[in-house]
Design a binder for this molecule. Structure first.
Ligand code: FAD
Length: 468
């Protein structure tokens, strides 16, 4: 008789692989099922990691052309796109093979093929070729992630009309790139191709970019990206894209509220209007696992579905579609299955957009605090007053800290800065411990660092900063 596993995880993205490793560390006999040729899911293969490789490389190219001379470095850079894509691919390979190593190290049994839940305690694995097999298992975690949302009237061919996946691999720089969607993915990939030479136009249905982000920060980011050459058409919807006879793409668009249609010609189109949970072929109906109105697997606070022994985490359930959210849920659910009582704090999920400068935010925005009638104070310190930023030609941006008027407790923060994503975490730790702005302001920060702006913004929630 085949082995019975304590746990079988379907999907090896950040949610699935972390759950599998943590469960193995806790002594469980673990299997994973993955339908792609490599582990790591969207994040490692076609998401976070390759996009950051291109963002870094394209930023270096941009800096070498426009900033190095000011630092006394005279160079004449030229773009080798093939090598830049090779760097991206090498980065992906290095990361996905790292997961393979971790599976082996933790004695996790990996099955290749599409997994479906045949019954409670039974996962059917169908490889692309050959016979399927059934895994007997005490528990199942669904960690199948998400896929890009399409748009009516637009056929994605991943060549000229692409999702984020195709936009990671254009073989040549499109002269004119139309980006549909002013969210993080559209703006990151729009920035990459803009730096490499594309004329980028971003069309957004709403009258602002980056919905969900503090509106002051979103306006500032829009101005910054405009200065970098990106154009924005807000309050506009694209109703169709067709190829012209000469091979260009003709997009038809109109005001979001309806009105006269216009046409826009581009060489390539990136559709980045969001992602949806991926549950195709999982057999959820057969086993009776409930989903919500948006197709997400319904879970309780312990990630349990309505069917005993079946759990779900990551992009396939409700909440922000972020790799670190999926990872923390993976960590937690493994511990829950092992009988522990972990907790994921959804009030402190950090978000980062890796443009230049980056924007990183956590907790409440000013808009949310106003809407909730919370009395708050603001400390906002600009990078033009930070010594390290001046030395690095990185004076764009600010740190904004929002604290409760009565208790001084930090409720949220936004940082627009070079490396904002790295700096945000001291605020995350502070918020985890329900710390105050004064705690942050009285914490000694090394000088000269970009992080000193956080201390100064915190001081501005009290008696005032020193350097402004
Ligand atoms: P996924 O990573 O989507 O993994 C799901 C896995 O399940 C896949 O490997 C899939 O093949 C497998 N699978 C699906 N169905 C089956 C089945 N039936 N049988 C077997 N295997 C199956 N997030 C961040 O936090 N930071 C970023 O910088 C960031 N950048 C991004 C950039 C881009 C371009 C994109 C597209 C996404 C980005 N994200 C980022 C989002 C992040 O990638 C996701 O939130 C994260 O990957 C979700 O993890 P997951 O484990 O839930 O699912």
């Amino acid at each position: 008789m085949a082995d019975t596993f304590d746990l079988t995880v379907i999907g090896t993205g950040p949610g699935g692989y972390v759950a599998a490793i943590r469960a193995a560390q806790l002594g469980m006999k673990v299997a994973v099922v993955e339908k792609w040729p490599t582990y790591g899911g969207t994040c490692l293969n076609i998401g976070c990691i390759p996009s950051k490789a291109l963002l870094h490389a394209s930023e270096m190219y941009e800096q070498s052309r426009h900033q190095f001379s000011q630092l006394g470095i005279d160079v004449s850079p030229s773009l080798n796109l093939e090598q830049m894509l090779t760097h991206k691919d090498d980065t992906v390979t290095s990361n996905v093979t790292g997961i393979e190593f971790l599976f082996k190290k933790n004695k996790i049994t990996a099955f290749r093929g599409t997994g479906s839940i045949a019954d409670t305690g039974k996962v059917l694995v169908k490889p692309d070729e050959g016979q399927g097999q059934t895994i007997e298992t005490k528990n199942i975690i669904i960690a199948t992630g998400s896929e890009p949302v399409g748009l009516k009237g637009i056929t994605i061919d991943e060549d000229k009309v692409v999702s984020s996946t195709g936009a990671l691999s254009f073989k040549q720089v499109p002269e004119r790139l139309l980006v549909i969607g002013g969210g993080i993915i559209g703006l990151e990939l729009g920035s990459v191709w803009s730096r490499l030479g594309s004329k980028v136009t971003v069309v957004e249905f709403l009258d602002r970019i980056l919905p969900g982000l503090d509106s002051e920060a979103a306006r500032q980011m829009q101005r910054t990206l405009q200065k970098q050459g990106l154009e924005f058409k807000l309050g506009t919807k694209v109703t169709g894209v067709e190829a012209s006879e000469n091979g260009t793409q003709i997009a038809t668009m109109e005001p979001a509220a309806g009105g006269e249609a216009t046409q826009f010609e581009a060489d390539a189109v990136l559709v980045a209007v969001g992602r949806k949970p991926y549950t195709d072929g999982l057999g959820l109906d057969g086993v009776g696992v409930a989903t919500d109105e948006r197709g997400r697997v319904r879970v309780d606070a312990q990630y349990r579905t309505n069917v005993k022994g079946i759990y779900a985490i990551g992009d396939v359930i409700a909440g922000p579609m972020l790799a670190h959210k999926a990872m923390d849920e993976g960590h937690a659910v493994a511990e829950i299955i092992a009988g522990q009582k972990p907790h994921v704090n959804y009030a402190t999920v950090p978000s980062v957009m890796y443009t230049s400068p980056e924007i990183a935010w956590i907790g409440k925005s000013e808009d949310e605090l106003k809407a909730a009638d919370v009395e708050y104070k603001v400390g906002k310190f600009p990078y033009t007053a930070n010594g390290r930023a001046k030395a690095m030609l990185a004076t764009q941006g600010y740190v904004k800290i929002l604290a409760d008027v009565t208790t001084d407790r930090v409720l949220g923060a936004q940082i627009i800065a070079h490396n904002a994503g790295e700096m945000l975490h001291e605020i995350a730790v502070l918020m985890e411990f329900t710390g105050s702005a004064e705690d942050l302001g009285r914490t000694m920060h090394a000088h000269p660092t970009m992080s000193e702006a956080i201390k100064e913004a915190a001081l501005m929630c009290g008696d005032g900063a020193i350097h402004i």
